[in-house]
Design a protein around this ligand. Sequence first.
Ligand code: FES
Length: 316
Amino acid sequence: MLRLSVTNVDDAAPGVRQISLADKDTLLPGYSAGAHIKIDVPGVGLREYSLINLDPDRETQDGVTSYDLGVRLEDDSTGGSVFMHALTRGDQVTCEPPRNDFPLAGNPNPLLIAGGIGITPIATMAAYLAGQGVSFDLHYSGREQGSLAFLDALTKIAGNHLTTHYDNTETALDLAGLLRTTSPTRDIYVCGPKGMIEATKTAAAQAGFAADRIHFELFARATPQTGDVAFEVEIASTGDVYTIPADQSIIEALEAAGLDLMYDCQRGDCGICQVDVLSGVPDHRDVVLSDDEKSAGDVMQICVSRARSKRLVLDL
Ligand code: FES
């Protein structure tokens, strides 16, 4: 773990803070575009934040003097964004070194799509590509004018390859239209809310993109939904049955009961926690599985998905 100081805090847009972390003049472990760090939020646990770099001339892979983050204050914050927004210069935080689950594949002329604060890894990709002289297009969508963070820097980075979209105007992002007119040989990188990722995957499939051309990362953890109820999970290998409360995920409840489970993102976008469902009906809430896989119901992501039946029997 790294112990870092807050060296700068700026307002980047309404409800969005740009926060810089450093360890005096020590060189910190480097990172590639799309990487994140996990910050230990006291009383909450590790929370993941993408690293943002807006300087095409800044080399980040061999080491950096600061980690820069863009953090939105979430309406339904479980504590992470509230903690981050309360940070002031000189405060200390503990974090894991950078890791990248959303890397650029290295193919030419990628299409970048960001919704809201999903811009943080996408902006870093744009800066990297611009620095490498690789052409790209960036579509950046937000609720209304004035809501988009880092827009001035992105305009300098991407020039006329940046298109902004506002939900409350005729510029609202039309993913189906955009992907219909985009060559399916291009890679798509999308970061934003769940609806945007699902819509991108659907539109890309309809436009003829192969599944491995679509790279995505959710920016928010799953939170309980209105109407969620408790259900049971039976562990097939032992026959033990656990109740999953309405306000806990399967992973949270099973870990609290002492089970050792494999998982990572806890947002439903990495696929690491996937398990086979031997009986029962999952309520899929991830963005990993295809519609066909969700309909089949024989696998599920236990970090976010729940149950439509009273009990699930899982191959654990
Ligand atoms: S931990 Fe990433 S999909 Fe569940």
